[in-house]
Design a protein around this ligand. Structure first.
Ligand SMILES: Nc1ncnc2c1ncn2[C@@H]1O[C@H](COP(=O)(O)OP(=O)(O)OP(=O)(O)O)[C@@H](O)[C@H]1O
Ligand SMILES: [Mg+2]
Length: 252
């Protein structure tokens, strides 16, 4: 089995505050992992750091992506290498249409892969079916990225981007929050359709519900900047019943 991601004893500060305090996590190619944990425990910090968001200080540890040292890589290099992050709070980009934004991203990737760029017409026919499968109306592709989108539309748009870019490592930060019941099912089947033996998926979620539909290989609990417990999908059920209090002090 090929190792997709290996995080070793990662410690990260923000403004001199310790946020991640020794994270260890290994994801093999083809696996789906979920991270759960209380608000403020460091889940988004971890995934933002993997995507290359600036402003964090790595004080210790190492991250290997497909065996390569990830931390020195620029965010664009990480994206081209196949890392995709679906944001907890998707960013609005006024003045740039969703379709143009995604065509530009896809063509940057295609250039990197030495493939011919896709023309607007081809891009539209390539993506129309994907958007439809996620219940995204055609009109949303022509509007500025995320501007005025409902909460659920923003989340579906993150998954739409992931479908277009077909990353090796897809990271989804609370893709399920704010989705109505039917949209959750749609998004879950969209994620399942992206499961392949080559692709790994890391999902941050607060709810066991998503994990019923997208059954993870591993569930991790993050508390106080560490992964304090790892288990199977049943761990999510146990957390839903018991909350996090019983884990206080675990992993110290
Ligand atoms: N850019 C930032 N500016 C200020 N504080 C930050 C920043 N990023 C992270 N933090 C702090 O780091 C801690 C962890 O935040 P993070 O967003 O990683 O938590 P989380 O586990 O994703 O929580 P939630 O479940 O609420 O999304 C919090 O105390 C947060 O205030
Ligand atoms: Mg978060």
């Amino acid at each position: 089995m090929n190792t997709m991601l290996e995080i070793k004893e990662l410690c990260v500060d923000f403004n001199d505050k310790n946020i991640l305090r020794g994270v260890n996590l290994t994801i093999q190619a083809g696996e789906v992992h979920a991270i759960m944990g209380p608000n403020g425990s460091g889940k988004s910090t971890l995934v933002n750091l993997l995507a290359g968001r600036a402003g964090y200080q790595v004080t210790a540890g190492q991250v290997l992506f497909q065996g390569e040292d990830l931390l020195p890589m620029q965010p664009e290099e990480r994206a081209k290498a196949g890392i995709f992050l679906g944001f907890q709070y998707p960013v609005e980009i006024p003045g740039i249409s969703n379709a143009l934004f995604m065509k530009t991203a896809l063509n940057a990737q295609r250039r990197h892969q030495h493939l011919a760029e896709m023309e607007a017409m081809d891009f539209r026919s390539h993506t129309r079916k994907m958007a439809k499968s996620l219940g995204l109306e055609d009109g949303l592709l022509l509007r500025p990225v995320n501007v005025g989108f409902s909460g659920g539309e923003k989340k579906r748009n993150e998954l739409f981007q992931m479908m277009i870019l077909q990353p090796c490592l897809a990271i989804l930060d609370e893709i399920d929050s704010g989705l109505d019941i039917d949209a959750l099912v749609t998004v879950a089947s969209g994620i399942n359709a992206l499961r392949t033996p080559q692709r790994s998926i890391l999902m941050v979620t607060h709810y066991q519900r998503l994990l019923n539909d997208v059954v993870p290989d591993r569930v991790h609990v993050m508390m106080d900047g560490r992964i304090v417990l790892t288990g199977s999908k049943d761990l999510a059920m146990e957390l839903e019943e018991k909350g996090y209090g019983w884990l206080a002090g675990a992993g110290q």
